[in-house]
Write a protein that binds this ligand. Structure first.
Ligand SMILES: Nc1ncnc2c1ncn2[C@@H]1O[C@H](COP(=O)(O)OP(=O)(O)O)[C@@H](O)[C@H]1O
Ligand SMILES: [Mg+2]
Length: 238
């Protein structure tokens, strides 16, 4: 008798992201950025990752985004093992959007051209992606800013351009590392409102690292980390 079930769970019940016994070590094992970290994140969930500086929050995000390879353990995207992904750059382009605290916009490109950067390897027509970028700019209340360079934009506007860039390829997952960390409270609130609205409209899963308890309160769930792992296992398994 086969022990393997023939009926696979539907994509709605399967977590979009799962990690089992993840380790990430640096400096010949002297630094254990992640130390047996486990998690499961549902489709369309907004998870806030919190914890003291150095506890491994960015390391976890980098693993989720395939920017780092774990020293040990297994990551899954739906039922695909990260280890089996042949083209990580393509995987990132198709499934993942990133937002960072310091925006990481290219200073010599306009807002519109910054948003188009992740589409450069796509086969889509330039006209179609440009139309989508302009729609995103309008949605993010940046309609009049498409030709502005980053130096001509406020912090809040720059982060909204970065959000548009993260969304241009219609990702399944948005990974955000302290996205409101450089913003005043009004702009931070605005960025959060936008992300929550987009999560609903586009069925996006959001994993956000934050220091700000007010930001964590907006999430569906908070996972508190310390010393490279989640403090409470019940927090990490949905
Ligand atoms: N590339 C790296 N090389 C060496 N050590 C690193 C590297 N990245 C992170 N670390 C270390 O791993 C630990 C976790 O870092 P990080 O994930 O950035 O923490 P957090 O984002 O919670 O502040 C820290 O001790 C940090 O110094
Ligand atoms: Mg960090």
């Amino acid at each position: 008798m086969s022990l393997i079930s023939t009926s696979s769970p539907s994509s709605k019940t399967l977590p979009i992201l799962r990690g089992q016994h993840l380790h990430l070590w640096f400096d010949h094992e002297k630094t254990k950025a992640l130390d047996d970290m486990n998690y499961a994140i549902s489709e369309n969930e907004f998870v806030a990752i919190t914890g003291p500086s150095g506890c491994g929050k960015s390391s976890l995000l980098n693993l989720l985004g395939t920017l780092e390879i774990p020293t040990g353990g297994t990551l899954f995207f739906r039922n695909q093992n990260y280890h089996d992904i042949q083209d990580l750059a393509l995987f990132r382009r198709q499934h993942i959007g990133f937002i960072f605290q310091s925006f990481h916009l290219i200073p010599t490109l306009s807002a519109l051209d910054n948003i188009l950067v992740p589409t450069l390897g796509n086969s889509q027509q330039k006209k179609d992606v440009t139309e989508r970028a302009l729609d995103l700019l309008n949605m993010l209340n940046l309609g009049g800013r498409s030709n502005h360079f980053p130096s001509q934009l406020s912090g809040g506007e720059r982060q909204r351009v970065a959000i548009a860039r993260a969304l241009i390829n219609q990702p399944d997952i948005l990974l955000a590392d302290e996205p409101t960390g450089s913003l005043d409270s009004i702009n931070a609130q605005q960025v959060l409102d936008i992300l929550c609205e987009i999560k609903q409209q586009q069925s996006l899963t959001i994993v956000m690292v934050t220091h700000d308890p007010a930001v964590a309160l907006r999430a569906d769930r908070e996972v508190r980390m310390r010393d490279g792992k989640a403090l409470d296992m019940t927090q990490v398994l949905t």
